[in-house]
Unconditional design. Structure first.
Length: 277
């Protein structure tokens, strides 16, 4: 009997060690050549209760006050930036320069489609996700209809704060202009259904085309000028951030093409309650 018990104990110890080694291998997913990662902070995952919300920026330079709002909503968690061009420009800006303590900031740059589990793992552990500017068609080509879209939707459903600028804002509405045609069936965010967004509204004279998009989808539109940010709380209250000394506007456009034009401010100008819009 003693030999039998000794054999069982040795066998259980072997299973425990094997299980630990398997978990370590699962955590150490190799980054493929299709991705580049830049990382700052604590490599150990920190789980916090993200307070949710949406940030949309019209492009060019980020609005610092809106980015502080974004970081604050993460509740000190892990920040993930996804992009298909550029490099590590957000790293020190978000981790050090804005004065908020977060666990980590990681930028993942996509060079092509990927089947790597690395991205899914990072999305699943993020408390805040930011889509950089660039080319929204690449984002749809790389992410739509695959496991990355599924992981992003899971993150949205569990309440992470999410946002984007320029091309990153373009993919947040139900309808998306990809540079060639209008697409749909990507992400589903609260208050963004039946909406198409547009960016660089004044500097690239995009008002006319946006009105055409809205007429085509028979829906609504949200747009922002350069340096302008729109922050949406989970309850639908919406604020516009901009430079107090500049005319930085956001636009909320109805199906009949009537609109509210809201000037942003450093403290955030109340725009509207999207539940009533």
């Amino acid at each position: 009997m003693k030999k039998k018990f000794r054999f069982i104990n040795i066998f259980l110890c072997f299973l425990t060690i094997a299980s630990c080694e398997t978990n370590e291998l699962e955590d150490e997913v190799t980054i493929p050549d299709t991705l580049t990662s830049y990382f700052l902070g604590n490599e150990e995952d920190k789980v916090t209760n993200s307070r949710g919300g949406i940030v949309m920026m019209g492009g060019n330079r980020e609005n610092d006050e809106a980015m502080k709002w974004f970081l604050d909503r993460s509740n000190g968690g892990d920040i993930l930036i996804l992009r298909a061009s550029g490099s590590d420009g957000y790293q020190t800006y978000l981790f050090e320069e804005l004065g908020f303590v977060v666990n980590s900031v990681e930028t993942i740059v996509f060079h092509d489609q990927t089947t790597s589990e690395y991205v899914k793992n990072k999305i699943d552990k993020a408390e805040a996700i930011w889509f950089a500017g660039g080319n929204q068609k690449k984002y749809l080509d790389y992410w739509k209809g695959n496991y990355i879209q599924e992981a992003l939707q899971r993150a949205i459903n569990r309440g992470v704060v999410i946002g984007g600028t320029s091309a990153g804002m373009a993919i947040l509405g139900e309808y998306i202009w990809d540079g060639e045609k209008i697409q749909t069936d990507f992400l589903r965010l609260s208050y963004m259904q039946n909406i198409i967004t547009d960016t660089h509204y004044d500097s690239r004279n995009r008002i006319s085309r946006h009105l055409e998009f809205i007429s085509t989808i028979e829906g609504k539109g949200i747009a922002a000028e350069d340096y302008t940010a729109i922050c949406i709380y989970p309850d639908g209250e919406t604020f516009v951030y901009g430079d107090d000394t500049e005319d930085d506007y956001a636009y909320f456009i109805q199906e009949d093409l009537s609109y509210n034009k809201i000037k942003g401010s450093s403290n955030g100008t109340f725009a509207l309650d999207l539940n009533q819009w």
